[in-house]
Design a binder for this molecule. Structure first.
Ligand SMILES: Cc1cc2nc3c(=O)[nH]c(=O)nc-3n(C[C@H](O)[C@H](O)[C@H](O)COP(=O)(O)OP(=O)(O)OC[C@H]3O[C@@H](n4cnc5c(N)ncnc54)[C@H](O)[C@@H]3O)c2cc1C
Length: 560
């Protein structure tokens, strides 16, 4: 049910979840579905729809706009959270992300036993994300087991059998709103901003105060358990603002707000395969249920550990859209559409549009010439793509064009070093969240070395080679200039075995408290090559079941 006004809220709940993005929504729905006699309150700062401006994003100070997107491009506020604009790429973390490796300098504060445990929730998470029930490796798919990404490729240090999957993309607000309305033991409270956390001397959180902006009132909510699922930056800000809850352990954990990570991402090379162009597996596959998946290159765990490298995925991509030298009319028309005011904004959210346009209106006459020269395919390809991408429920996740020369740009997406100086902190006013984010030499050098290993492996297989876009001495600078994140946020409330090295325990309970949990990718100590949301969904399901099995004080009788 949806509470029409804060006055309709109950005295006390079994569970209060803060934030209605994928993490909060999955945790709340999963708990409510499995515990019909227990009452859940799901609270959301925004309303049914996202407002043009909001006080949270307006009070973020991003100190590195070159490598970190502006606040409004990083998250969305409203029912469904950032799934309002997310791309829907669903990727699994890898075992290597849970192994203590010299490259991450003692900062891998979770372990492979936890990975194995969380993996049990993969299929349940896939159901919430609607990304298909199929496996994440072609080795588990009989029809693709013997197929390779390109003629002559074989697996060794480099793998081509890992796949990424795609959600519809599921917009959690519109997708699950009806279920929330029809679930008697689940109440949604909108326009409620979690502010002050009150706890007793034993670390039991007794209530959390919410600000209801439309009425200007403050509402205390009492619950047996609380889950903060407000996204990485807001979860971190709530904890930074409420450090009194850590008095039981002598003060806030040193890791709170630190080790902020995203992904290093961009393109510095193309691959030219030497075999039959039509044999190159550059595009999407579909499962019988219609869900999309696609191959990527990754390094084997042993190779990453031997070379002391950060986990990295590399996928085949189109050449840079904004450079008309690609001479592809369809790409030029799509680029022109994206840089057209109003239309461009409707086609993709700013962070994704930026990856296509690079924020530049560049050589328009040359693009127009490409379009004219390539007619009719410069019209037919964008028209059919538009239909598949915008007019169907399950949307075509991206556009990857076949290249008759068998040459593809390579898009890297790499883990970042957990660096204590990459951090979120409260400014002196106690409200503004400062974001300190930089790329380290370790981040950049790892990307370069992974490309070298891929190149060497392709040559050894006799199936192709890399063609770099920058001379060797300019590659590091190029990566530093092109990489921009802030949409995959993790690390600032990391899991660890003690408050000396982390902020939450392996069950996501905040150290120093008895009944306060965090469900956000902020708990991930390492950022993997993987986009975080699908894996976070697995943690959300695990947390909901863990809370259901924990002994709890019953909610006050008379709850709705
Ligand atoms: C353009 C874009 C593309 C993306 N593409 C992908 C992708 O392809 N794959 C992928 O894995 N990830 C992707 N992401 C990242 C993905 O959207 C996030 O990882 C995911 O939404 C995080 O879920 P969450 O529930 O933790 O937080 P959010 O989705 O950010 O939701 C948090 C919610 O909490 C609310 N909230 C905040 N503060 C408070 C408060 N004080 N009180 C109450 N409520 C509060 C917010 O309003 C928000 O609704 C993308 C993100 C963007 C912006």
């Amino acid at each position: 049910m949806i509470a029409p006004h804060p006055s309709a809220l109950s005295d006390r709940y079994d569970l209060c979840v803060i934030g209605s993005g994928p993490a909060g929504m999955i945790a709340a729905i999963e708990f409510a579905r499995n515990n019909p006699s227990r009452h859940v309150l799901l609270t959301e700062f925004g309303g049914h729809k996202e407002a043009a401006r909001n006080s949270l994003d307006d009070s973020i100070h991003n100190l590195n706009p070159a490598n970190h997107h502006d606040p409004y491009e990083c998250t969305n506020k409203g029912l469904g959270g950032s799934s309002i604009t997310w791309g829907g790429r669903c990727v699994m973390y890898d075992e290597v992300d849970f192994i203590e490796r010299p490259v991450v300098r003692d900062h891998c504060t979770w372990d492979t036993a936890l990975f194995e445990e969380v993996c049990r929730y993969r299929e349940d998470s896939a159901a919430y994300f609607e990304c298909g029930t199929g496996p994440f490796r072609t080795t588990d798919m009989p029809h693709l087991r013997e197929h390779r990404i390109a003629d002559g490729f074989r697996e060794g240090d480099v793998l081509d059998s890992v796949v990424e999957r795609w959600s519809m993309p599921t917009r959690f607000g519109s997708r699950y709103r009806r279920e929330i309305e029809n679930t008697p033991n689940l109440t949604l409270g909108l326009n409620l901003e979690a502010r002050d956390i009150h706890s007793d001397a034993h670390g039991r959180v007794t209530s959390i105060e919410f600000r209801h902006a439309p009425s200007g009132t403050t509402v205390p909510v009492r619950a047996a358990s609380f889950v903060i699922a407000a996204g990485t930056q807001e979860t971190t800000r709530i904890l930074l603002r409420n450090t009194r809850i850590f008095d039981t352990i002598g003060g806030p954990p040193a890791a709170l707000g630190r080790y902020y990570q995203g992904h290093v991402s961009g393109k510095i090379a193309s691959v030219r395969f030497s075999g039959v162009p039509r044999a190159t597996d550059h595009g999407f596959h579909r499962d019988p249920d219609g869900s999309y998946f696609r191959r990527r290159f990754q390094l084997r765990t042993e190779a990453l550990c031997r070379e002391n490298l950060l986990n990295t995925a590399i996928w085949l991509d189109n050449p840079l859209y904004h450079e008309p030298a690609h001479r592809n009319g369809a790409m030029s028309l799509m680029y022109l559409a994206m840089v057209t005011p109003v239309l461009g904004k409707r086609l993709a959210p700013p962070a994704i549009a930026n990856s296509v346009t690079k924020g530049r209106v560049h050589r328009v006459p040359a693009h127009i010439l490409n379009v004219i020269r390539d007619i009719p395919s410069s019209i037919v390809i964008p028209a059919t793509t538009f239909f598949w991408r915008y007019c169907l429920k399950r949307k075509l996740p991206g556009i990857f064009l076949h290249n008759p020369q068998n040459r593809y740009a390579l898009h890297f997406h790499a883990e970042q070093l957990p660096d204590p100086d990459n951090r979120m902190r409260l400014a002196d006013d106690g409200e503004t969240l400062e974001i300190h984010y930089r790329l380290t030499d370790g981040d950049v050098q790892s990307v370069i070395r992974v490309h070298e290993i891929l190149d060497a492996w392709l040559r050894e297989c006799g199936c192709g080679e890399l063609e770099y876009w920058f001379p060797e001495n300019q590659r590091a600078d190029a990566i530093r200039r092109m990489s921009r994140d802030g949409i995959h946020q993790s690390g600032t409330t990391r899991i660890a075995a003690s408050p000396e090295s982390g902020v939450v325990d392996r069950n996501l309970r905040v150290w120093g408290t008895e009944n306060l949990h965090v469900c956000s990718s902020s708990v991930f100590p390492t950022s993997s090559q993987a986009n975080p949301t699908f894996f976070l969904g697995m943690f959300a399901i695990r947390l909901a079941r863990h809370l259901a099995s924990s002994p709890q004080e019953p909610a006050v009788p008379g709850a709705p």
